[in-house]
Write a protein that binds this ligand. Structure first.
Ligand code: G4P
Length: 545
């Protein structure tokens, strides 16, 4: 890697914002862009609920439902850092998309609503970050509204998430008396003023605790006293930020603020770019690949088709992990073993695309995908490597999908194949009815709506959905005769087959699956993670063989 390429690599910060719906992820995203100078007036990322012009959301369904389903990449500069922000869907009823996005980031920001604390979706997403060792920040939002006490919130993060939480800044006042934040590291108080509903960046004045200006800026003596007391309490508790623990994902630096009124956003952004790690080494089949390696490599973490409904196109999102992707270079598509010329890699901002000349580790590029990419694919130059599998999550919802118009069966199949390839849904089949009435398996129920909507919008196919009562899938292995025999049984689980023809059993609950396993020791039941580990393992063997 040349010194210039190295410089570009180390100034990248690739991150995601995770939150429960309504905590303020969109508002904070917008304010980060505002303070970074990437947008002039807040309001252009929004549009989820009221505006028609949407840049961050692609699909009409998102507009109709007022949610953000697909992920977008926003790139912006701040303090000589290149920030790549991967948008993660925040709906409660999530899909695997969110989890895959987290495989492509180097850090995460968790937005909490001060009135609600840690909510279910935040907890799940944080667990994924923790599992993957992703350093995570907390931004406690809506301090301009009533809610839980700051100390109680720190306690909640520690208790519910099982990590240390250290406040980097501290709120001064709260609710309608929220006036500013105190930077514990620099020992400066920042006083904010509410300006035109937070649409423009506005200025903050800063004071050290002892100076006269501080008293003038925060004239309420009781408020100043409370601040002093709370700060002493924090010092007394030995709450010191340890960057090492943060980078290991064992400590969460906490920031208080209000994204809507811009309070605390800039101090957060400033500290974020200092603390967030640059692209790091990644595991690939038993070894680690350093970002500054001379060879280019990256992996596909998302496939999205029909982004532009007028053109039936599909885009694979690739995270560059090492070396540089140069326009026109030829890389190996490791799974297929085929060389691939990369001359149309592009940057994406909502629906806009721009062909790029080079991309560095930490960057996300879109590759035109006429069907050759699936999630998890590795591209590289130099010796073949395979990035470790993106974890899969067990489907918990199942439903029969019926095509309502026999004449459009071909489109029905085509659309469904495409959506399965994208990873939007998993498709299972009942051997008796072959592919006519597939069973959809989803992590979140919303995925069903997405599939039905997209089949209609993109393939003009009307479908009906019949939810099933099963909640658990197990892949089954064993002697063919034994399996045949069991499959004929009138009672027990529902027998299906997946895309590769592997047998899948659906159970109503964990207990049923466990009992079935005990009653039939001649077969092995695998969960989704074990099933796909097997596939990746086989691919790796092929590679090294
Ligand atoms: P999300 O992406 O996490 O789902 O949350 P979003 O930013 O859309 O924010 C959810 C609601 O919370 C919005 O109000 C937003 O204006 C409000 N909000 C965000 N940050 C703050 C804050 O710091 N203080 C206060 N008081 N409110 C905040 P909404 O009424 O649902 O939408 P809208 O009418 O503002 O579009």
């Amino acid at each position: 890697m040349t010194p210039e390429e190295y410089r570009e690599t180390t100034r990248r910060r690739t991150f995601a914002i995770i939150s429960h719906p309504d905590a303020g992820k969109t508002t904070l995203t917008e304010k980060l862009l505002l303070y970074a100078g990437a947008i002039q007036l807040a309001g252009s990322v929004r549009g989820k609920k009221k505006q028609a012009a949407v840049t961050s959301d692609w699909m009409e369904l998102e507009r109709q439902r007022g949610i953000s389903i697909t992920s977008t990449v926003l790139e912006f500069e701040y303090e000589n850092r290149r920030l790549n922000l991967l948008d993660t869907p925040g709906h409660e009823d999530f899909s695997e998309d969110t989890f895959r996005t987290l495989a492509a980031v180097d850090s995460a920001v968790m937005v909490l609503d001060r009135a609600k604390g840690i909510e279910s979706q935040t907890r799940k997403l944080f667990q994924v970050c923790r599992m993957r060792g992703i350093p995570t920040f907390a931004f406690i939002n809506k301090m301009d509204r009533p809610g839980r006490e700051p100390l109680a919130l720190l306690g909640e993060i520690e208790e519910v998430l099982g990590v240390r939480a250290v406040a980097i800044n501290w709120p001064i006042g709260e609710g309608d008396r929220f006036r500013g934040i105190f930077d514990r590291e620099r020992r400066m108080a920042h006083r904010f003023d509410r300006t035109d509903h937070g649409q423009s960046a506005g200025t903050a004045n800063s004071y050290s605790l002892g100076e006269a200006g501080f008293v003038a800026a925060f004239p309420d003596e009781a408020e100043r006293g409370a601040l002093r007391e709370e700060l002493e309490l924090l010092e007394g508790a030995g709450e010191v930020f340890d960057p090492g623990q943060f980078l290991q994902g064992r400590l969460v630096p906490v920031f208080f603020g209000s994204a809507l009124t811009n309070f605390g956003v800039e101090p957060f952004l400033r500290r974020f770019v200092e603390l967030a790690p640059p692209p790091r080494s990644r595991p690939a089949g038993g070894r680690t690949v350093a970002p500054d390696s001379e060879h280019f490599s990256g992996f596909v973490f998302k496939v999205q088709s029909n982004m532009d409904p007028k053109h039936r196109d599909s885009v694979a999102f690739l995270r560059v992990c090492s070396g540089c992707l140069d326009r026109g270079m030829t890389a190996l598509h490791v799974r297929t073993g085929k060389p691939l010329r990369l001359d149309r890699a592009s940057r994406l901002f909502g629906q806009e695309r721009e062909t790029i000349d080079c991309a560095y580790p930490g960057d996300i590029v879109g590759l035109p995908n006429p069907g050759q990419f699936v999630v998890g694919d590795t591209l590289c130059t130099g010796p073949a490597i395979h990035y470790d599998e993106i974890p899969r999550f067990p489907p918990e919802h199942f439903a029969v999908l019926r095509n309502q118009d026999v004449a459009r069966f071909k489109n029905f199949r085509k659309g469904l194949d495409q959506l399965e390839e994208e990873g939007a849904i998993q498709v299972l089949h009942r051997p008796q009815v072959a592919r006519r009435e597939p069973v959809l398996a989803a992590v979140g129920r919303l995925q069903f709506d997405v599939v039905q909507f997209r089949l209609k919008a993109e393939y003009n196919v009307e479908t009906a959905l019949e939810p099933l009562e099963y909640r658990l899938a197990r892949w089954v292995r064993g002697e063919e005769d034994a399996l045949e025999e069991l499959a004929r049984g009138a009672y027990g689980p529902l027998w299906l087959a997946d895309r590769e023809g592997e047998r899948v059993l659906l159970f109503r609950n964990e207990w049923e699956a466990k009992r079935y396993g005990e009653q039939h020791p001649e077969v092995t039941l695998l969960d989704v993670a074990a099933r796909f580990r097997h596939i990746i393992g086989a691919e790796k063997k092929e590679l090294s063989g």
